[in-house]
Design a protein around this ligand. Sequence first.
Ligand code: GLC
Length: 737
Amino acid sequence: MKDQDLEALLQDLSVEEKVYQLIQYQGANYSDDAVLTGLLDQNHITPHELGMAGSTLCIWGADKLKKIQDAAMAIQPHHIPMLFMLDVIHGHRTVFPCPLALGATFSPELVEECAAVAAREAAAEGIHVTFAPMADLVRDARWGRCMESTGEDPYLNGRMAAAMVRGFQGDDLRNPDHIAACVKHFAGYGAAVAGMDYQNVELSEHTLREYYLPAYQAGIEAGAKMVMTGFHTYNGLPCTGNAWLMRDILRGEMGFDGVLISDYCAVNEMVSHGLCEDLRDAARVAMENGVDIDMEGRSYAAALIGLVEDGTIPMARLDEAVRRVLKLKNALGLFEDPYHGASETQAKAVVRTEEHRALARRAVTQSLVLLKNDDAILPLRPGKIAFIGPYLEDADLRSAWSFSGEAADNRSVRAAVKAQAVRAGWEVRFSQGSTLLDNGTRHALGVYRNDDFLLENQRLCAEAVELARWADTVVLCLGEHRLQTGEAASRVWLRLPEVQQKLFSAVAAENPRIAVLLFSGRPLVLGEMAEQAKAVLACWMPGTEGGDGIVDVLSGSVSPSGKVTMAFPFAEGQEPMCYNGYSTGRPQVPGGPSEYTSRYLDCPNAPRYPFGYGLSYTTFTLSEVSLSAKQMTKKEMITVHAKLENTGTVAGTEVVQLYLQDLVGSRVRPVKALKGFQKVSLQPGERVDVQFTITEEMLRFYTARNRFESEPGVFRVYVGTDSSVEEYLEFRLVEEG
Ligand code: GLC
């Protein structure tokens, strides 16, 4: 539809029609098999209201949504099509590794491909908008939603958020293979106090700008059509009612003119927050702060017509919100094709194709992080191998945010091992070893209870010990439950369940040659297991092709190349942690005094595994790091050179990382900041020159003058294979001559 026709349509709408374009009822009101991602308000909604609503969420299926669309458009006086939205966070029916794992690939290109496939599958099943990318920076592994983030670094998160937006949206949303992206949760949701979900966020404006805003901005600059508010308060105001965040920063500084949607019930939750007295007040505040769509909140449904009719909310503000929603529908081509090309035929043609599964398998192999590999126990050589653990049989290797995937589509580690054992020369035996959870453990959707827990685990453990005695090597498949991560899944203890720790100890007492496959949605505290196991491979929540991708790496068909994107602590008490914090006035200096310095008495400052860390089956050396100049003006650039060599005996891939440090600033500066990375694959003995270009733009920050700019002075350049790199070179940024 032409813009002028869209405007004419807007002006022709009644107040009721306009308001209902801003209302989003939960999908369960339209279909029994919708997924609930929050509590469902049981207040009955009439069919008329359901048909008048501008959008719904959490249902998918071509025929189902086409029927809902037809019914809604028949009720709509102007036959305006609905928007169908869903959390397609890391895949639709082909489920990719969770975002924390996708980040570990350090491959924005691969992540863009995965998002494009997710969009193709979701669009074929009737989805128009995904509530992704989640661009929240995370530093606290107690927070359950780390799994949805790509980690602790602003630059990596920005590259990944932009890649996902490009993958989801493509060049033209009218293309039936693409869906609109929604950057969330604006802003700073990952910094919830004490890692407790929905909690307050206490960040200075400077910290918010330095670390948390860049990734949202990158997603918006990549063209994201929607942004979602966070549940939390910032500066004493819920995001959904926070004019500074929503109007000054999002609309003003970032220039975002797309649709702003609240998170689930976040509008009416401003009453619980204590900002608003009732739903009418909440609707007023949200509208005044630029929230266009009220997700399942019922505030707009309860009060917005009255607020407009009594002049509390000007018609111009209502029109501004409705115009954005209609423009999004128009960008998707819904006025010409309300189904956006969805059909059961199309869905059958694109869902979980061999090509999609092959991509998912490749994503798994690139997301696995080899944390330890003593005696080169991996890849597994031919011989007797015992595969043991509660994750062995579990085919449901999806994260908590992959509703539309199905466990039945996945091959478990066990099934994948059986498929490859002969070719790999493995004589294999299997044992569950233990239950996944301790009895009485709470997870996000309930409590695990097992009346036979003790006897069952005694039996399972004894069987596992027998197998360990028989085997040359043991592979232990351990981890946290998928529902122990995700929303409302904060935890204070980040260790493996006690029953799994007992299994590990019993097996290790019998056979020390153990490789652990670690399944988790966050960094865990590994304790003795990390000391005693010969190898640890972080597998995260690997998705549909998890089993096969993992075995590809275990067999050596693919050398692991993933890198940690969120530090693994030694202890929960270290959280929150990050590599790119500030020096403090009393930093611990290698070889310097420890008394009266910034440190813990009972734990190292450093994480067990830092950002950017990950091993390969081969070895690499970085050498001859050089700078093309010792100084540069703001108009000049400096080229960084480094030699990377594969000094091992097998092919492998390394991620060369560029970090900069601004030694002196009008505000203190991070001790390191990732500014570039290159993923390089080399054959044994191969040696290449890796180059980076340093530009003045990379040196900018939010200065004490409250401007985003660079300042003259000395900078350190670190080129390494993880964030603990210590060697550096220096250059000076000088004023123009
Ligand atoms: C949830 C999440 C948000 C999600 C939304 C819709 O509460 O916070 O990330 O997109 O509801 O499912």
